[in-house]
Design a protein around this ligand. Structure first.
Ligand code: HEM
Ligand code: HEM
Length: 234
């Protein structure tokens, strides 16, 4: 943790390129996918859901093998640390973080979990007309309908959480003059001195490509394999 009254030091690299690409691709995919669902273009919606699934699988693996600040163990904190951080927000000086702060980390984990639940529930969902997830054929219509209900409700929860996420990011900018957006674009953060903040030493691009290829293959197989195993009669 770094407080605002400390002297500014040079920018350090915190977010690796794969993580930044993941973030902005996920944002575009999820916004496009939700808009497509709400506008009734379910083919586009399902395609976005499939891409989101590959991206989310990538992020989970990256949370274990990615550079420092991408790793879950570097930012997931218990309730005590979160409460202490929220208390510290109420009185100046503002505390800067190299990676996710404890409260932001909670929202990040919640977003990833809800999005994964959404992509997985979508696999079993149906729209009562011509669209169904690739795994819906393996369960009864009643179960698929129940999962579709969860998928619809969780979709609204996700929309709310995204609004909170974007609102919080702009809140940090306006209230604390803490620009979290620029680092998510450039990868580097300018932090006050006197902090043992770790800069990442590399982007692990080769590893990221290999992980992404495997996760994309998995997401493709989830859609393709049911067509080979149990082709639909129509
Ligand atoms: C559908 C839209 C979006 C989704 C699903 C989303 C999701 C996420 C996720 C999962 C993370 C964690 C990154 C990681 O560690 O993997 C994150 C971080 C972040 N997002 Fe978004 N995001 C969305 C839109 C946006 C937008 C529009 C902005 C900018 C205005 C933004 C700014 C940021 C920033 C600055 C962080 C880093 C926060 C920090 O420093 O702790 N996001 N977002
Ligand atoms: C993270 C990815 C996903 C998000 C954010 C998402 C979100 C949504 C939203 C917001 C709706 C509309 C709810 C409403 O109209 O009330 C919806 C409907 C639907 N989604 Fe997804 N979805 C995702 C992934 C998927 C996937 C992977 C599939 C299928 C393979 C899928 C299949 C469907 C179907 C069939 C509907 C229509 C349900 C109905 O008619 O009630 N979704 N989704």
């Amino acid at each position: 943790m770094i407080s605002q009254d400390q002297k500014t030091v040079a920018a350090i690299a915190v977010w690796d390129l794969p993580l930044r690409l993941f973030h902005w691709l996920l944002a575009v995919t999820v916004i496009t996918g939700i808009s497509a669902a709400l506008l009734g273009n379910l083919d586009l919606h399902v395609l976005c859901g499939q891409i989101a699934l590959a991206l989310l699988l990538f992020r989970i693996v990256w949370g274990f093998v990615g550079p420092e600040h991408a790793r879950f163990r570097s930012f997931v904190r218990g309730p005590r640390a979160i409460v202490a951080y929220v208390r510290s927000m109420l009185r100046p000086p503002h505390h800067f973080h190299a990676g996710h702060n404890p409260l932001g980390a909670l929202v990040v984990i919640l977003m990833l979990a809800l999005l994964l639940a959404q992509a997985v529930s979508g696999l079993f969902a149906n729209n009562d007309i011509a669209t169904e997830g690739p795994l819906a054929r393996f369960i009864s219509k009643a179960t698929s309908d129940a999962i579709t209900g969860l998928h619809d409700r969780n979709g609204w929860l996700i929309i709310g959480l995204i609004a909170l996420h974007v609102g919080a990011v702009f809140g940090y900018l306006l209230r604390f003059r803490d620009n979290l957006i620029r680092p998510m674009v450039t990868g580097t953060k300018t932090l006050p001195a006197g902090e043992s903040a770790t800069a990442i030493s590399g982007h692990r691009l080769g590893l990221a490509l290999a992980v992404l290829a495997l996760c994309s293959l998995a997401a493709w197989l989830v859609f393709a394999a049911p067509r080979w195993i149990a082709p639909l009669p129509y």
